[in-house]
Write a protein that binds this ligand. Structure first.
Ligand code: GLN
Length: 232
């Protein structure tokens, strides 16, 4: 995915998070402000959230977010306290299909990948991946090794493919985890929750940029940021 967004906090509507902000994912689908790779994100979109019973629910598409009037109609009544959403700019050669749009899931976590990685270094995950897109292989690899080893897994993948870009965003209902490895990420800690986003969705002065090669963890207790060791 080329631009993603996560929310952990009081239940908010999906429209409030994705569609209404002045520079939110809807606008980022045709006019991102900070995207380093690709001009627009028209190859699909997806949103996943945890319902009141903690069940992961997803809605994904292979068409541009700006053209989906049905989603725009329903999004105001979908509410959750833990959301992972993305708009996609497909890497050259990758399939364009709903199952290639983030978020991917193992039933416990929802996960988005902004970047690219050589699929050859992830081939052992192919049987479990939702799609043949590089991001689905990476998601399956991360799920198998466990999210608590996210930093270690990314370092191993980057060692095997030094050109990999590995910005991950994942949520499980009570935690968000995100990494920066080659692309942008910003965090907004507000009064009623925390937003992690590839780029700020408005001009609130509280947005902070996350430095490259860092891991961010958001829980009810707040935001923690740490460097991914062994890197420049
Ligand atoms: N490589 C992924 C894809 O093809 C993500 C692309 C991106 O971040 N722009 O979907």
């Amino acid at each position: 995915m080329c631009r993603h967004l996560g929310w952990l906090g009081r239940p908010r509507s999906i429209a409030e998070l994705m569609l209404e902000p002045p520079y939110g994912l809807l606008v980022q689908s045709y006019a991102p402000r900070r995207q380093k790779y690709g001009l627009l994100n028209a190859d699909g979109w997806g949103v996943g959230f945890f319902d009141d019973d903690g069940v992961a629910r997803r809605w994904r598409s292979a068409t541009p977010l700006w053209g989906d009037a049905s989603f725009a109609s329903i999004a105001p009544v979908l509410r959750s306290g833990c959301v992972v959403a993305a708009v996609r700019s497909a890497t050259v050669g990758m399939p364009i299909e709903p199952s290639a749009s983030a978020p991917f899931t193992d039933g416990h976590w929802l996960l988005s990948h902004n970047g690219r990685v050589d699929r050859a270094v992830l081939d052992t995950a192919a049987a479990r991946a939702e799609s043949t897109v590089d991001s689905a292989l990476l998601a399956a690899t991360i799920f198998e090794r466990g999210l608590d080893r996210l930093g270690e897994t990314l370092r191993d993948v980057a060692a095997a493919d030094p050109d990999a870009r590995l910005n991950i965003l994942a949520g499980n209902g009570t935690r968000l985890l995100a990494t920066t490895w080659g692309d942008t990420l910003s965090v907004l800690a507000g009064d009623d929750g925390v937003v992690l986003a590839s780029e700020p969705y408005d001009d609130d002065p509280r947005w902070r940029d996350v430095p490259d090669r860092h891991l961010v963890e958001v829980t009810g207790a707040g935001v923690e940021m740490m460097a991914l060791e062994g890197t420049a």
